[in-house]
Design a protein around this ligand. Sequence first.
Ligand code: FAD
Length: 414
Amino acid sequence: MQDPSSATGPGETVLIVGGGIVGLAQAYVLCRRGHAVRLFESGSGFAGKASHANGGHLSADSGAPWVSPAVLPELVHWLFDRHRPLSVKPLAMGLAGWSWLLSARRHLRLERYLESRSRLHALTEFSVTVWQRIESEIVSPLAPGQGVLSLYRSPREWDRARGLLERERSLGIQAEPVAAGEVASFVPELATAKVRPAGGIWYPRDRFGDCREAASRLAGWVGSHGGVLHPDTPVLAIEPGDGSVRVRTRDGLWTGRAVVIAAGVDSLRLARPLGIPLGLCPVKGYTRTYPVSPLARRGPALIDHSRKIVLTPLGEILRVAGMAEFTGFDDRLEPRYLARLHETAMDWFPDLAPVPSTLDWACLRAMTADGLPLLGSTRVRGVFVNTGHGPLGWTLAAGTAERVADAIEGRSSP
Ligand SMILES: Cc1cc2nc3c(=O)[nH]c(=O)nc-3n(C[C@H](O)[C@H](O)[C@H](O)COP(=O)(O)OP(=O)(O)OC[C@H]3O[C@@H](n4cnc5c(N)ncnc54)[C@H](O)[C@@H]3O)c2cc1C
């Protein structure tokens, strides 16, 4: 429980470290609540890391923790599958990776998974309603596409997914099974696909849109409503004081009543010197962007569930995203994983035009073992965190910004 005397009131300055979708949503929510906001971003522009070219889904219902009881039986198949969605580099992944894998084991149990799934769903559902509110406030549709169809390649995976579906629906998740023969009526564009899926799950409430575009709109709004944005300004250290907190940049020290660490995977490096342990692990993902989308811009978007790859129409373009590579803080592009994304995309859309490699992208997700983000106050007075959104940062950013703003103001959060 936070000490009420440390609550930050309207008008008081809050410093935010990180100008990805999470930091910018935080800045937006705090500005709206009347706080003075100052945001620092190391890059020359905003949303240049994980928020730059992600899968684009606002996963109200499909967003689930990665570690689930379904993973264990799949591991054996993945050993022999060139298209396995997971790659572990034991020497490169470091201590954070190893301790993450050890704690992730607990979440392979069904009861644990359902508990995390339920808590995560409460947050994704809440966040999507906050995004709707923000869209109406700034009069701009940030996620214009509607509906996501998750496809299963093998009867084995499809049976397992259906088995879990009833349990998930009892948590309030809206999802419908789709038989193999019905897939074509959902997505006529799959008529020429090389794969015949064993079945699918339809998520009517899931939406999609361009995360980077949304981040840029939020930055524009914050900048024109009194917030101060400092691009190209890495925070070198956070220095807690008595009743205030300072951040050190190469331009000097900035003081606020509170600071929010929203620096994606780099939150680990900023929090460590303060003695704040964050159970995060960097997990690399890849995206390819095709100039012309075979899917209609209004939807649905697809998930190739067997390969954990999403295919999302974003206006004229198609974004293909996936892969979980445990390789420490190395965010370089590896051609073989990009080739796998392309092969998967061609399975569904054999006529897809080639992709310019300049649009390929790799970045690190900040993952927790249970899939839930790390939010709110820390053991250091005035220092708050909003990180660990893993594969769902675009989905969760609006909701977690509200929760962390409540914590900064000393109000309890549901
Ligand atoms: C392949 C892939 C597909 C994905 N698809 C989806 C999806 O479909 N839906 C979804 O909801 N999510 C998706 N995600 C996850 C989502 O992209 C991330 O969770 C989200 O972008 C995290 O946002 P963030 O602001 O926390 O981190 P980032 O976007 O990484 O932002 C952190 C920022 O902090 C800055 N920073 C770091 N250190 C400092 C410092 N010392 N000083 C100042 N600034 C600093 C960085 O430069 C960076 O800009 C996907 C991720 C990947 C990799």
